[in-house]
Design a binder for this molecule. Structure first.
Ligand SMILES: Cc1cc2nc3c(=O)[nH]c(=O)nc-3n(C[C@H](O)[C@H](O)[C@H](O)COP(=O)(O)O)c2cc1C
Length: 304
């Protein structure tokens, strides 16, 4: 049974990865889970300088999902290289560094600093950050900005480049086209949807930042639809995510067109979810006689 998958230059021994911001730097989960079993680990979003993140309250549980406004709390790229890479390099899994800038130049600088670090198999460009230079608009909703940032990172980094798209757009396809045109190896999709919760006793937003990112099962049908739309139009490989918690969820994403999948929010309530899903995928392949996991990608039958 061949579980390996290829997203351009990025090869994963199996299609099960964990999503950025939900797995720390791997260390946090290593006592509970054998990291060697994972296809890849996307680490917490990195910025040039360390960040404390947003003030609390920054997490709210909602029906079938969660809202967060962590605000990119992280150790900064240099401490990541110095302190976190030595731990991660002990494991047989691909390290995906999620990068976050406030300008094109910052994304490029992050890519340059990570280029010599061979243990980083791929960069994942998170485009959901406010572009401070341009008055707080999100990079992720402008195809020309997506193209520019992805092209710069592509030129500065020789291994895998994945661009992570925001679902907070009316049409995801032009965003994906910009990523493909810029020469990325794949698209990670999707990030969180903007949401809100109100404390009716206090008549105040629950989150200090008022709005936050919605993740978990609540967003799965939207994420799945977006993966399907992009895969129907483009050839670029997709790392699919958004509410995956069971093997059926993972299979749905693969059938809709994802080459690999990522588990996020589910790690918080069951850290064994990725391993359970990997096991379930093997059983499914046996049952339906698939020799390669890649045969499942895009295998959805649509009769129209
Ligand atoms: C607490 C939390 C922190 C996150 N931090 C990041 C981040 O730093 N960078 C990023 O690209 N995505 C981040 N995400 C988004 C996830 O990687 C993922 O795209 C999203 O949660 C959808 O998947 P899920 O529904 O399985 O959680 C974060 C999500 C959560 C819940």
């Amino acid at each position: 049974m061949n579980l390996s998958v290829q997203l351009g230059r990025l090869k994963l021994k199996n299609p099960v990865t964990v999503a950025s911001g939900t797995y720390g730097y791997g260390e946090e989960f290593s006592e509970l889970v054998d990291l060697n079993q994972l296809g890849g680990i996307a680490v917490k979003g990195l910025t040039l300088k360390p960040r404390k993140g947003n003030p609390p309250q920054r997490i709210v549980e909602t029906p079938s999902g969660m809202l967060n406004s962590i605000g990119l709390q992280n150790v900064g790229v240099d401490t990541f290289i110095e302190k976190k890479i030595p731990f991660l390099k002990k494991f047989d899994t691909q390290v995906i560094a999620n990068i976050n800038g406030v300008s094109d130049e910052e994304y490029e600088e992050l890519a340059k600093r990570l280029e010599p670090i061979q243990e980083v198999a791929a960069l994942e460009i998170n485009l959901s950050c406010p572009n401070v230079k341009e008055g707080g608009i999100h990079f992720g909703s402008k195809p020309d900005k997506i193209y520019e940032v992805t092209s710069r990172v592509r030129k500065a980094f020789s291994r895998g480049v994945l661009t992570k798209l925001s679902p907070n757009v009316t049409d995801i396809v032009p965003m994906a086209e910009a990523v493909e045109a810029a020469g990325a190896d794949g698209i990670s999709m999707v990030n969180t949807l903007v949401g809100m919760a109100i404390d009716v006793e206090r008549r105040q937003p629950v989150l200090k930042s008022i709005t936050g990112g919605l993740s978990g099962p609540a967003i799965k049908p939207i994420a799945l639809r977006m993966v399907y739309e992009v895969h129907s139009k483009l050839d670029i490989p997709i790392l699919g995510m958004g509410g995956i918690a069971t093997v059926e969820d993972a299979l749905e994403f693969l059938m809709a067109g994802a080459t690999a999948i990522s588990i996020g929010t589910a790690n918080f309530y069951n850290p064994l979810t990725p391993l359970k899903i990997l096991d379930g995928l093997k059983k499914y392949m046996e049952k339906f006689n698939f020799k390669k996991i890649s045969e499942i990608t895009g295998s959805l039958k649509v009769n129209q």
